[in-house]
Design a protein around this ligand. Structure first.
Ligand code: SF4
Length: 354
């Protein structure tokens, strides 16, 4: 690979991004965690809002987790927000970021990829990184047809072998930028590629790397109730651990029995329910079909069945709660005010090996 040509191309064509235009370990950490499984365009406004409210690791560490989850609301994959908060606490407790990749890997939620990104981009260290884009570029350059999951060590070795001393940050970003904009998963633009010369896979790039067969995702059904009272909406807070931990949602449960769900989980007796529609949401491990009802119920709401808390929330305040994307979609189905879904996410790259 012509490393010089790649660096020259990157410096001439790199896209402007808020975490590139002003660099620090904290900004790189936040952006990289947000970019896991989320596109750059989607992340930019979230990043700016997040940094606006939590400009430093210390400010993030001092914020309640509930507020962090509210600011994360809509990005999905909330374990990322929890890890980021925990990492900020660790940094604040130590009085600053670790100054090498090994130390960075000790932070919650920071694996080899994210540590490599912070070390090279923000600390200027000669550290490599491998994410989904880099895997693809390497496999095509080398004409490696194996499943990348099976050749992790070889991919990292190759990334390190190309690393130009003193320019690792730009080089790593150049590899990722090439994968995101030129050496794309389908129909790569080889004619525009700055490292076309010497690319062993140029005659059939889409043969590399091998695509892992997709595992079938199990399906499940659930019910949820939109209960209103005097301009307020009943929300329930999920358990502190597990899927969508700690987030607020319309009360409901897995299965098809809305009456049982309301009795067991929020202590209400269902009087009447009208279906509003069904939302299908795909988690990494599950395709969930949630039927939403506008409902009337009797009783005094009280948390049970795993919920931590139930609350009648004024409709105007619903949007500011820590809600999952799924809940925003269920609320939108009932046209609950101030809770319209945000832009759908799309995968920017496969989950990094972090
Ligand atoms: S020449 Fe084509 S396959 Fe090779 S790195 Fe460039 S874009 Fe990818």
């Amino acid at each position: 690979m012509d490393v010089t040509a790649l660096l020259a191309w990157y410096r001439a064509h790199r896209r402007s991004m808020p975490w590139r235009d002003e660099v620090s370990p904290y900004r790189t950490l936040v952006s990289e965690i947000m970019l896991q499984q989320t596109r750059v365009d989607t992340v930019i406004p979230y990043f700016q809002r997040f940094i606006g409210e939590f400009p430093t690791a210390e400010a993030l560490a001092a914020a309640p987790l509930e507020r962090v989850l509210e600011r994360w609301s809509g990005l999905g994959y909330y374990s990322r927000a929890r890890n980021l908060h925990a990492a900020a606490k660790a940094v604040a407790a130590e009085g600053g970021f670790p100054q090498d990749a090994e130390g960075l890997r000790g932070l919650p939620g920071v694996g080899p990829y994210t540590a490599g990104a912070i070390a090279s981009i923000a600390l200027g260290l000669d550290e490599a990184l491998v994410d989904g884009n880099v895997e693809r570029v390497i496999c095509r350059q080398m004409a490696w047809a194996e499943d990348p999951k099976r050749i992790k060590a070889r991919l990292w070795e190759q990334a390190r072998a190309w690393l130009p001393k003193g320019e690792a940050g730009d080089f790593n970003q150049a590899l990722m930028e090439l994968g995101a904009t030129i050496c794309t998963p389908s129909a790569p633009s080889c004619l525009l590629c700055p490292v076309r010369a010497g690319c062993a896979g140029v005659d059939g790039p889409e043969r590399y790397p091998a695509k892992a067969p997709k595992a079938a995702v199990p399906e499940a059904v659930a019910v949820a109730a939109l209960l209103r009272d005097d301009g307020r909406v009943l929300l329930a807070r999920r358990p502190a651990t597990g899927l969508l931990a700690g987030l607020w949602e319309l009360p409901g449960a897995l299965g098809a029995d809305l009456g049982a769900a309301l009795t067991e989980r929020v202590g209400l007796t269902l009087l009447d329910a009208t279906p509003l529609g069904t939302v299908t949401h795909v988690f990494s491990h599950l395709r969930l079909h949630t039927t939403v009802y506008t409902a009337q119920a009797h009783g005094i709401a009280a948390a049970g069945g795993g919920y931590q808390e139930v609350r009648w929330v004024p409709a105007a305040e619903v949007d500011g709660m820590a809600l999952s994307t799924l809940t925003r979609r269920t609320l939108a189905l009932g046209s609950a005010p101030a809770a319209m879904p945000r832009k759908p996410r799309a995968t920017r790259r496969p989950a990094p090996p972090s």
